[in-house]
Every structure is written in C-alpha cells, then in structure tokens.
Ligand binder design. Structure first.
Ligand code: GDG
Length: 723
C-alpha cells in the first residue's frame, strides 16, 4: 500500500531562527490534529510552504533536512509568489468571489499567472516524493489547479481535494475569467469534498454548466473516470476543548479574568480580521441592545478578539478602521468608571486563555456574513462543560447546518440579532442545558477524527468503484479473446444499437445518418454474422438508412421489427394498447406550456417530453416535477417512466429492446452473441442476453453489461477486428 501525502498551502509549523539555526514550532491547528492519525503513520508526509522566504541554497537544504525529521517537505516560495499567488489570486480573487463579495474581486492576469506557477511548484515538489500508488490529499482554495496537474503526471494515483471555504453559486463562478481551468483543476481529484450540501450542489451545477459534465447522485462522469463529490462537515478536536475547559490551568485563568472583569454577563466574539466575518454588523447590533434595553448597561460586556490578518490590504485596513471607530463610539457612549461595554483585543491569545474565554462567556456571538464552516462556534459549545451558555449563530456559516439548537440569525438583520441577544440573556438554565446537550452530542460524535475517517473511507469506496469499471474495460486482451471466439464460432448474432454506439451524437438527430465507412462495415459484417440493428429510432428513418443491407432491424425500442429474410414490411412486435396516451399527453402538455423550449414527441408506444432546448436548470427543475407527476399516474396505467438524455419517456414496460432481441433468437442456436449499446434502453438488451453473450456498454456508466468501451469510434474499431 502506498503512503499518504497531505498537501496544504501552509505547513502546520512556524519557522524561526535561533542562533542561526532553523527552529520549528508545530502548530496544533484543528486540521493538523485531525490528520495526526494519518500523518503519524509510516511514511506519510505533509507538503507545503514553511512560511518563510529562503533563497540561499544552503539554508534551503538545512530546512529540507529539518523538515524531513518532522515528516514534512517544503515548497519554497518567493516573496513575489506570495504577493501574487497568495495575497493576490487566492485572497483577492478567490476569497472574495467564494464568499460572495463580488465587489472586492481582483481580475489581475499577473495574479492568475502566479497562481498557475505556484500550483506547478507544488506539483513538482509532490512529484519528487510521490509514488504512483500514493494517496494525495490536497487542501483548500489556494491549490485548486493541483489535482489535475497531479492527475496528468500520475494517472492512477488516488487524489482527494477538500475545500475549507464556501463554494458559491454558478452565478459567481461564471464571473471568473479562469472558471474553466479552475473547475478542471478540481476535477483532477477522485473525491472532492465540501463542508455543506449547498457548496456541493453549487460545485456540481458549475461543473455541469461550464464543463458540460453531468452527475448522478454526486458522481460526475468524466471521460474515463468517476469523480465523487460530497459534503463532509468538518469537526473539531472535541476532547481537547472539553478537557482543557475543565483543566486546572484554564480554571485559574478564568478566576483571574473574572476578578478583573467583575460581575458581568459576557458575550464572546472571536474572528480573524475579515470582511466575511460581519464584525461591524455585530457591533451595531450590540450597540442597539443598549438603545432598546438600557437595563443591560453596566451588566453586559462583549469580549471581542480580532486576530490580525491581511491588514496591508486596503479592504482589510479600512475594515480595521471601521471596527476601531465603532468600538470607540460604543465605549465612549456607554462606559462608566467601572464598566466597559467592549473589551476589544486586536491580537491572538494563547490556547489556555482562549479556552478561558470560551468557558467564562455566557453567550457565543458568531455571526459571519459567510463562512465555510466556522470552528469557533463548535469550540465554544465543546468548552461548555457545565452546559450553561447560549450560542447565537449565523445562518451563513456552514456550521449552522449542524447546530440547529443554536439561536440562528441572519447576520444582515440587525434587529433580529439584537432580539437574539435579548433572548439569549433571558434564556432559562434548563433551556440552555437542553440546547447545549443536543449540540454537544452532535459535535462530539462528528469530531475531527470522525471527519478524517469518513473522508478517507469514502475515498477508498470511490477507488473501488473506479476499479470495477476498469476491470470491465475492453482492454486488448479481451478484444483478442472476443475476436478469437468470433472466428472459431459458426453461428453468430450481433445486436448493435445505433445512436451513440455506431455513430456519435449530432446536434440535429437527422444528421446522424450512416456514413459510407459504417455502411461498408455493416455490409461486411453481414457476410459473417446475423446483424440486428436495434434502435429507438422510428422505423421509417431506420428503414431508409439501412435500405439494401442484409440486416434485421428493431425500431422504436422493440415496437417494430423487420426481418432481413422476408420481403415483408415492418411488423408490430406486440399489440400496443395506446388508450393511456391521452391522459398522459394532457399532463405533458401542461409542462410544455410552462416551459419555453420543451416539446412532446409521440412515438408508437411511448410519449417523450424533450427539454434539450430549455434554459439549463429550468429544464431539470420541470423535468423533476413532471417526473413525480408522471410516476404517480404511471402506476395507475401500469406504465414505466424513464429518464434519458434530456428527455423523459413514458412507455409500457413490457415493450423493450430486450424482449425484441430475445424474439430474434427464439428457436435458434447461436454460439457467438454480441450486444453493444450506450444507454439505459440497451440495459434491457444486456439483461435479456444469455450468460455466454458478450455485452458491452459504450461510455463508463454503471451497467449490466460485462464490459465498457470508451466511444463509438472504438466500437467501430472493435467490429473491424471481426472481419
Ligand atoms: C477556514 C474557513 C472553516 C482564533 N483566534 C485565536 C485562535 N483562533 C482559532 C480558533 C479556530 C480557528 O482559529 C479559526 O477557525 P475558522 O473556522 O475560522 O478556521 P480558518 O482556518 O480560519 O478558516 C472556515 C475552516 O477553514 C475549517 O475548515 O471553518 O470557514 O474559512 O480554531 O480557535 N487560536 C488561538 N488564539 C486566538 O486568539 N490560539
């Protein structure tokens, strides 16, 4: 088994120099703790930027060796890299875009070029360490291009990607000039994870619209690979937070702080300086509390920790000034000689002090305007070991999807946030306990270790699914066996689907007529085997296209058959009772009226609702509605509703390609049977075939067929080998 390589922009360490020697401090962030179980194993390593600019080759070598001891490997970045790739493209283009702050997006070609360059540097560093069977887990928005770069070099590697920040709606993604390479980059992974279901569905919708790749239940069908996309809400190291909250050190710090603060009800706010965190909005709601409820004066204080970040960037500098001004205004308006409403700290605190803040605060006020997950709220809940305290949480944080027992607020609605504060300050002890117990159960169960386990288990499952396809792939060995068998047999029959199997898809269905190469191929095949063209097309088209060739034909998925040995016209294979059609047509028509671009096609035995020309998204939505509507009606009429490529078809279940194909073989002995098709209608054929038949599905979809083959041109190549 190969090793696991974790990749993130920053290594989980900080590097200083002591007496001219590099000195590393490992940082115990949530991710590092969670990945510890993997990271400590065998030869596993972590690759990333160590956080310093090091140009001197000797110094680099020294760092390299030191990091090696810590099972890490560096990607050395220059100051220019950091300015343009990290501060530039990552934090001034992707960060605002992904957090819905479109007004802050920088569209700089230089930033993009640096982003590509640095992703390549990461790729090179990984390739130096990676073996083909390794598992590579890439983290976050700074490295969106990396999965594909790695895939190009290591086609069989196991590559996973997790995005820690939100993934926005297609409407935002489409604004980015680099949307296509960014999405292609992510699709290099086998598994793409997000915190929430919404992030996941936004990603799938962008991949569908921009890359044209559809998905089924979170599985994207790329050309020759399945990619799984899912939500994996990240947890915290629950035990660490609850144990530290109960520790003696924390208790001492709490006592010290409480003595200094006096008898106050405390609200707690902890964030990195960022416009996505909604800090000014939070301060305004706090200000409003004193206006509406003056009785809280001298009784309630806010501890506000803002961890310095990116404050050389204009937007961040301005944000800092705004916060400073608001805090100044609130404090100067309400402070008394022995009470300050906002205790404001623009710095980070050591872990024990942070734990003390969590433990002693009555209310956790976590109201980001947008946040991928937000761990602070989970840490607050985990630290409440006496089950007293209230969490006010923004609906815009990923964590709100799990923490339903918090008071959930829209951070833009100041009145509601103020109301929530009032509610929290008056919540009974019993209710505080009930809510906290329920949230603690969730966070404890889905902690960081569980998150890593669930993610890695899923990755394994995805690889197994891919392997299933690979083992079904028509490789050279199977082709040789099939041709040998064909040549040694005496009585042969071939069932060949038409569209997508013998010819590729065309924009206009009537343009997909058989070219001379195909006609020639079919003619030659008819000299060696009984050839049955088995299609959903109408009998007129099929009859015209194959006129003069010695082939049998099945049209409209088995309604019509034409035998090559007779001069006869087309026969109806089965009596068709069409009395159901009027009712169903009526319903379908209602959906045509409401959906510009949709239309109904009437076939002999079925009705088809087409939505290829409908605005994308709307078509899917209407199709889903129609699907459930028809499903309900279908049971009464004993009909079958089937979803196809931009169509919904309703038909009698007993008429299908499989049944018609079997009828062709009735009372005859064949020692070579081959069936090839490309969609769900061909699955009926595959299912009906005897065990010794070769069944092949074009494209890498789930199938009852024995084999998959890549494309219609490969089908032709295969058939040529039979001649
Ligand atoms: C990304 C996403 C997602 C804060 N102040 C101090 C301090 N902290 C610690 C907290 C917490 C962490 O920083 C911040 O948590 P976030 O959830 O905001 O994490 P980020 O890594 O910034 O953000 C976010 C997350 O990734 C995980 O996927 O939740 O949505 O933006 O752990 O405790 N720690 C110490 N002193 C402080 O003053 N020691």
């Amino acid at each position: 088994m190969g090793k696991t390589i974790i990749v993130s922009n920053r290594l989980p360490i900080s590097l200083d120099y002591k007496d001219g020697k590099p000195d590393f401090k490992t940082s115990a962030g949530g991710l590092a703790t969670g990945l510890g179980s993997i990271f400590e194993d065998a030869n596993n390593i972590w690759i990333g930027w160590p956080g310093n600019y090091v140009e001197d080759p000797e110094q680099r070598a020294e760092i390299f060796l030191e990091l090696h001891e810590h099972k890490m490997a560096p990607v050395f970045l220059t100051q220019e890299d950091i300015e343009d790739f990290y501060e530039g493209f990552s934090n001034e283009t992707l960060w605002p875009a992904f957090h819905y702050f479109t007004q802050y997006i920088a569209y700089e070609r230089r930033f993009w070029e640096a982003y590509v360059r640095v992703n390549e540097k990461f790729c090179e560093a990984i390739l130096k360490k990676a073996d083909p069977d390794d598992t590579i887990w890439v983290h976050d928005y700074q490295l969106l291009l990396l999965p594909k770069m790695l895939r190009d070099k290591l086609p069989n590697a196991t590559i996973a990607f997790f995005q820690h920040i939100p993934f926005p709606s297609y409407e935002i993604i489409r604004m980015l000039p680099w949307r296509q390479p960014l999405l292609e980059g992510m699709c290099g992974a086998d598994l793409v994870g997000f915190h929430t279901y919404d992030d996941m569905r936004h990603f799938l919708s962008s991949v569908g619209r921009i890359l044209g790749l559809s998905n089924e239940s979170g599985y994207i069908q790329a050309e020759n690979r399945l990619i799984n996309v899912d939500a994996f809400p990240m947890g915290i190291d629950y035990a660490k937070y609850s144990e530290t909250a109960d520790s003696e050190t924390t208790s001492k710090v709490v006592q010290k702080f409480k003595k200094q603060l006096g008898d106050q009800r405390l609200l707690l706010s902890i964030d990195r300086l960022d416009y996505s965190k909604g800090i000014p909005q939070r301060l305004k709601a706090f200000d409003e509390l004193f206006k509406l409820y003056p009785e809280y004066k001298e009784k309630v204080s806010l501890i506000m920790v803002v961890v310095p970040s990116r404050d050389t960037v204009k937007e961040y500098r301005e944000l800092k000034e705004e916060i400073d001004t608001l805090v100044g205004r609130i404090n100067s308006t309400y402070s008394t000689l022995n009470w300050v409403p906002v205790h404001y700290f623009y710095r980070a605190f050591p872990f024990e002090e942070l734990s003390a803040f969590y433990k002693m605060s009555n209310i956790g006020l976590v109201t980001p305007l947008r946040d991928g997950m937000n761990l602070v709220c989970k840490e607050f809940v985990a630290s409440k070991t006496d089950q007293q305290g209230v969490l006010i949480l923004s609906e815009m944080a990923g964590a709100s999807k799990e923490l339903k027992d918090a008071i959930l607020v829209n951070p833009n609605n100041m009145d509601k946030v103020t109301e929530a504060l009032h509610l929290a300050l008056n919540m009974s002890e019993e209710e505080q306990r009930t809510r906290l117990v329920s949230m603690q159960e969730t966070i404890k169960r889905y902690d960081i270790h569980q998150w890593v386990k669930v993610f890695m288990d899923r990755l394994k499952i995805v690889k197994e699914k891919q392997a299933e396809f690979q083992s079904k792939d028509m490789d050279e060995e199977t082709v040789l066996e099939l041709t040998r068998y064909f040549k040694s047999s005496k009585s042969r029959i071939l069932f060949l689907d038409y569209d997508g199997t013998l010819v590729g898809f065309k924009n206009k269905p009537q343009d997909a007529y058989p070219d001379s190469e195909l006609k020639d191929l079919v003619e030659k095949l008819t000299k060696k085997a009984q050839v049955v063209i088995i299609s959903g097309r109408d009998k007129e088209t099929l009859g015209k296209w194959f006129e003069g060739l010695d082939v049998d034909m099945i049209a409209e998925h088995g309604v019509w058959v034409k035998n090559r040995n007779t001069e006869a016209e087309w026969d109806v294979f089965s009596d068709v009772d069409n009395s159901w059609k009027d009712d169903i047509r009526h319903v379908m028509d209602y959906y045509v009226q409401r959906t510009p671009g949709a239309f109904i096609e009437e076939k002999h035995h079925s009705l088809v609702w087409h939505y290829r020309k409908v605005e994308s998204g709307l078509g899917d939505l209407r199709m889903r509605e129609l699907f459930s509507h028809l499903k309900y009606m279908a049971s009464g009429h004993n009909l079958q509703v089937l979803e196809g490529n931009m169509v919904l078809e309703i038909k009698r279940p007993d008429i299908n390609k499989g049944r018609a194909a079997l009828a062709f073989m009735k009372d005859k002995e064949y020692d070579f049977i081959l069936a090839i098709g490309d969609d769900w209608t061909d699955e009926d054929t595959f299912k009906a075939m005897p065990k010794n038949a070769y069944t092949i599905r074009v494209g890498y979809n789930y199938t009852k067929a024995n084999y998959n083959i890549k494309s219609s041109s490969q089908v032709r190549d295969l058939l040529k080998r039979l001649l």
